[in-house]
Design a protein around this ligand. Structure first.
Ligand code: SAM
Length: 278
């Protein structure tokens, strides 16, 4: 499929499954079979998918650590007429995955970039969550350490759009605990686990319920997660906050501020951190 040297090739950004191999589209398969080269986040990981499709194709690794220099080489090859497919380990490349630098370099060089859309965990989770989906914010992975995570969440406390996060199995319980502390126990949320796979579960409830449910069940802590949190309800949340602050001011005259904030939060339902930060 190599074109003449005058006609540049195309960069196809190809989505692959997030678990269920049957989710690879026919066009994605055809594209992978027809390009000259596949740029893959992890060539060994992608070999399994390509084997499954009966595709034997030259692959080069393009990951976080080599993206800059490999992108330059790939752009040269596309300028010389080669067609290249970009894939990541799962789902849509560039969505919490490498590829942004390659796509930008290709576009800057005048190489056509064409998406071959398909699975994306964030969108799959949103489609099954039952949370408002007309406007949403994709936040990717939260910081690994609790203090940084809480600070990050704090900045989202008044966000009214549905929030979407990626989370790993060893941090899901701590992340939920921090969400309860920042957004309050009552905020509605969804934990979507192992989507399209054998142990797919989509749990919904208040943040406090979800935290308790996942914390007590080791099974619910395994696999890959998307965490979705309903946006702030401006009227209800500001009324709760006003009530929480009123109670806090009354209690702090009698109690240490940390204790006053805890009680005011329990009584009003307002997030403790919004009343007093240590
Ligand atoms: N590019 C991918 C996409 O389009 O969704 C995301 C890649 S990111 C490195 C991997 C994260 O996506 C996982 O840690 C998890 O949070 C989420 N994820 C991927 N597959 C998933 C699945 N089957 N179920 C739930 N979450 C998943």
């Amino acid at each position: 499929m190599t074109k003449s040297a005058q006609t540049p090739g195309v960069l196809y950004v190809v989505a692959t499954p997030i678990g269920n191999l049957a989710d690879l589209s026919a066009r994605a398969r055809d594209t992978l079979a027809s390009v000259d080269l596949i740029a893959a986040e992890d060539t060994r990981h992608s070999a399994a998918l390509l084997r499954h499709c009966g595709i034997a194709k030259r692959c080069v690794a393009l990951h976080e650590h080599n993206e800059r220099e490999v992108s330059a080489q790939l752009v040269q090859q596309m300028q010389a007429g080669k067609n290249i497919a970009l894939i990541s380990d799962a789902g849509t490349p560039l969505v919490s995955d490498p590829g942004f630098r390659l796509v930008r370099a290709a576009r800057e060089a005048g190489v056509k970039v064409s998406p071959v859309p398909g699975a994306c965990a964030a969108i799959a989770a949103l489609s099954a969550a039952g949370l408002p989906s007309d406007r949403f914010v994709f936040e990717g992975f939260l910081p690994a350490k609790s203090a940084a995570r809480r600070a990050h969440l704090q900045a989202l406390i008044v966000e009214t759009r549905t929030l979407i996060f990626y989370e790993s199995s060893h941090r899901i319980v701590d992340a939920l605990e921090d969400c309860v502390a920042v957004f309050g126990e009552a905020r509605h949320a969804v934990v979507a686990r192992e989507l399209t796979k054998l142990f797919e579960t989509v749990l919904d409830g208040s943040l406090a319920e979800l935290h308790a449910r996942v914390a007590r069940d080791a099974e619910q802590q395994r696999g890959e997660f998307v965490l979705l949190i309903a946006g702030a309800d401006e009227n209800a949340d500001s009324a709760r906050l006003a009530e929480g602050r009123r109670i806090f001011e009354l209690l702090r005259a009698e109690l240490p501020p940390g204790r006053a904030a805890k009680l005011a939060s329990e009584i009003s339902g307002a997030p403790r951190n919004a009343l007093y930060t240590t």
